[in-house]
Design a protein around this ligand. Structure first.
Ligand code: CA
Length: 516
């Protein structure tokens, strides 16, 4: 037996069949499981901040960061990190559920993906463009089997309840949850998903055929079961697979054992709040939020366990060596640091997300300070999967795979990450949002964080500037009016304008960037 067969059990194999039926020629291009095109699994819990991983306090990771890890137990992530490329500075450009998901799926910034605001039924203008080319469209067209499990949250909810046509899938006054019909699934042929729903121990899902499943189990545990089931089935298909597992915890609420597993809560329940909330920027006024800490960290440990079970199954099935696995999140959680809003701000707790990528034999484990933007994920994954030439022209992110190679120089890597915050614009007489307002933009570099907020007349309202090197917990904002800070502010604005132009952002199109 040849070496490539003994190692992987697969051999590269292309089939091209052309059939002529009634004068129409049909082409079929099939692709068997092979080393050229690895499987890809993207696991992303919701609201999981980069700091909530235990290994940051250990070697070799500790020397690469300037913060202390949260006091969490994440044994599976600790082991996975030692086998992965671990990014210290991956950012969620628009740290909010739906906009992140639109960027991840299409490689475009929110204005391009169509998902500019969190999706609900008052916001018809925030809806994933049906004709956008998603990462799953490309994988599917290139012969991958594509599966989506968990929270989606990129659809404008309509009255398309498959169990009761003509009604919404929920009866709250503002409808958040949504059913995604087959024609809006962008190449995902396996479906076990929902829009958005936060009852963690009573989740529900619609399957490929649109049947609704009510589950009485903590959602990440159930989704790990479904992921394992999917991988077992996909292994037997003669093609590689792309699986997305989108867990909701550690999303709020985190208030009781209704929100997390008791075994995970027991790890934290006897610790005082000041032993759990160790960041010096915890806001003493946010007493109620502070009480969430043990439940938040319990959810983190529960997600770690669910993720570990998926990895174990890959090992058991002999798939680990030919599978790219990524662990990330849609944004972080301030958890009583700075402000009450857990996300949607430029603070590191909200913007800085985990990004661990394992590709055995191809990418050596390393810690890397690459500034990754969310739209970079699609082209980077496609490139790593051998589909570089298939990255659609619509993608605004960059293929950063060259910078993940061992000892790669970051000289030509991105110099900054765009920060985006949108809010509702005009509202019509029916209460529907007819456009969005780009209320804040900013940039995060290897040293600084800048966020500029404008008022409704598009005049500068607030400038927030931090030196993240000397002030890693962002407790001493630099005065933007002080002469000593002018030089850095000017250079950050210049770099930000470049990013705004590249993203074809409304601040660039409307000339707001020239007035700031
Ligand atoms: Ca979210």
């Amino acid at each position: 037996m040849k070496k490539d067969q003994t190692v992987t059990g697969w051999k590269m194999e292309f089939h091209k069949i052309s059939l002529s039926i009634l004068g129409i020629t049909l082409y079929y291009t099939g692709m068997a499981q092979n080393t050229e095109h690895p499987n890809v699994i993207y696991v992303f819990p919701d609201q999981f901040r980069n700091h909530a991983m235990q290994f940051w306090n250990e070697n070799p990771f500790q020397s690469h960061i300037n913060f202390k890890a949260d006091p969490v137990y994440t044994p599976n992530l600790n082991k996975f990190a030692k086998e992965s490329v671990v990014l210290t500075s991956a950012q969620s450009n628009c740290p909010l559920s739906s906009p992140y998901r639109g960027m991840f799926l299409t490689g475009m910034y929110p204005d391009g993906s169509g998902v500019s605001l969190n999706c609900n039924n008052t916001r018809p203008i925030s809806n994933l463009h049906a004709d956008a080319v998603a990462i799953s469209d490309v994988f599917s067209q290139k012969g991958y089997d594509c599966g989506y499990i968990g929270k989606l949250h990129v659809d404008y909810p309509t009255q398309n309840n498959p169990q009761a046509p003509g009604t919404y899938v929920e009866d709250r006054s503002t409808v958040w949850d949504a059913y995604t019909p087959q024609e809006r699934r962008h190449g995902f042929s396996y479906w076990y998903s929902y829009g958005t729903f936060d009852v963690h121990k009573s989740p529900h899902y619609w399957d490929t055929e649109g049947n609704r499943h009510e589950i009485r189990e903590w959602s990440p545990s159930h989704e790990a079961d479904k992921a394992i089931e999917y991988i077992r089935t996909a292994k037997d298909k003669q093609k590689p697979f792309f699986l997305v597992v989108s867990m909701n915890p550690p999303h709020s609420p985190y208030q009781s054992l209704n929100d997390c597993e008791e075994q995970d809560y027991n790890l934290y329940k006897d610790k005082a709040l000041n032993q759990l909330l160790i960041r010096p920027n915890v806001n003493p006024e946010l007493k109620d939020k502070q009480k969430c800490a043990p439940y938040y960290f319990a959810s983190v440990s529960g997600v770690d366990r669910a993720f570990g079970r998926i990895l174990e199954e890959l090992d058991r099935l002999g798939l680990s060596n030919n599978t790219i696995v990524v662990f990330s999140s849609d944004h972080g959680e301030t958890m009583a640091s700075h402000v009450e809003d857990p996300k949607n701000s430029p603070y590191a707790e909200a913007m800085n997300v985990p990004f661990l990528l394992r590709y055995p034999g191809k990418l050596n484990p390393q810690v890397n300070s690459l500034l990754l933007s969310t739209p970079d994920i699609m082209p980077t994954l496609l490139s790593l999967a051998g589909l570089k030439k298939d990255i659609p022209a619509s993608v605004q992110g960059r293929d950063l795979s060259p910078f993940l190679k061992p000892n790669a120089s970051l000289k030509k890597a991105p110099k900054g990450v765009l920060y985006i915050r949108n809010i509702d614009g005009d509202i019509n007489t029916k209460g529907l949002v007819t456009n969005y307002f780009p209320v804040a933009r900013g940039i995060k570099t290897d040293r600084y964080t800048l966020a500029i907020t404008i008022d409704r007349k598009k005049q500068v309202k607030e400038i927030l500037l931090f030196d993240d090197k000397n002030d890693p917990y962002q407790m001493k904002p630099l005065d933007p009016d002080l002469k000593a800070n002018q030089k850095v502010l000017k250079s950050l604005k210049k770099e930000m304008r470049k990013l705004l132009r590249k993203a074809n952002d409304p601040w660039y199109r409307d000339g707001i960037d020239k007035k700031i």
